[in-house]
Design a protein. Sequence first.
Length: 532
Amino acid sequence: MRTSRSMWVAAFVAFLAFGAMSPAHAQGDVARGGSLTIAINAEPSVLTSAFDTLPHTQLVSSKIAEGLLAYDQAFNAMPQLATSWSVSPDGLRITFHLRENVLWHDGKPFTSADVAFSAMSVWKELHGRGRTTFANLTSVEVPTANEAVFVLSKPSPYILNALAASESPVLPRHLYQGADIRTNPVNVAPIGTGPFRFKSWDRGSNVVLERNPNYWNAGHPYLDQIVFMIIPDPAGRAAALESEQVLMSVQSGVPLSDVKRLGKLPSLEYTTAGYLHEAPLIFMEFNLDRPVLQDVRVRRAIAHAIDPNFILENIRYGFGQVATGPIPQTQKKFYSADVPRYPLNTTLAEKLLDEAGKPRGKDGIRFRLTIDPIPAGDVYVRSAEYIRQSLAEIGIDLVLRSQDFPSYVRRVYSDRDFDLTLSAASATADPAIGIQRFYWSKNFKKGVAFTNTSNYQSAEADRLLEQAASEVDPDKRRAAYAQFQRVVMTDLPALPLLSSEHITLANKRVRNYAATGDGAYSNFADVYVLPK
């Protein structure tokens, strides 16, 4: 069986090397005690990310509960609740050796039974991405209290990229088994194994966590307390940073137009590090149920009329990269640049529309479409406005519609009352987890959000996705994903626009906050705040 020990050593060396380069300045003696106040943009509905994948939930949950693994800046796996792991030669069994003498916050011992329950009853059944990630997980064997064995129907190498605390936190079986998991009171007063314990939740104001004195990593955490301040307004979060009412804002929590100004203040700094686990993408999706959009020439014409560079420079203020395909450049193991491209070319766009039998009318308009930007900030509305102007140049009249988030989800995924969407999603660390859901025909299900929105049906894309998802040979896996990228950029069911970047703004007294692949979504056991 393949051991993880050499991988862990390499990952740890990389982790230490990054710490010296990180804007978090992980050097010298640490400061113990004190409080870290973090601004979040919305109030969580629960405080566990075991079945709630909203960013503000993940941010809080990951300090309380832990995953089997953690990840360095290259997203190499590192120990957390699992100290080592190995994969059988046929890829059908993953054995995790668990950390001994770990206690839940209520004093009960953590065991392999907790892992089995969390994997089979929570991640696999209730987690939005977990239903796909753990689809091939048939059982979890528990030969000892400190050993858990994942038994798979097919090899699933991507599982080892999905075991972070923010994505797959282990829950205490003794508090969940036999109860309704989604409505369990523990969800709002969670019990974990992490470095911080839940202390209080003042609805509409803040969530407070306190130091876990019995944490398994002796001497950690350094902080006495973390306070998550709920500040819905981006400008309010920026003002709170300037006044030091809060010491950190994550996931681009302030207006992008204000980031560089704030970063020049003597007390503040910003970084895009620590979001490798998200790999956010911005893309436009075509409703392939619409007859006018079923002609690939129309979709290609639309692509040739849009300049993603304009969106990047003028709306995203340079934070990100122009996307070339469905897999972002940040997924270096799987990204391929060898795909069809659609550079700005309105002459070619007009020619394609003429060939598709869509001539301009007397009013200059060829046809009308709607676009629904995801209601997640003005970046998407402004981008949609730019796209409307761009398509007008080639004779397409685009109507921009706005609505609240529940209405958007209902219109797009339940009613399918849309032509184009402008959306965003986390590609995560592996295409099988974050990308497959948008292109796999078997993942189209009316009413299920952030899946195969376009209703794209391709036997070849399905074959390549399924091959890559279960392939244990890294080279063959990369080759399958490279061909997949060529296929979907030829068919163009969706137009990738930007591989965007999230930003963390922090007071310079905060240290070690971006030293891992999941940055602000790590457990913060090593984070500390220097005194004034």
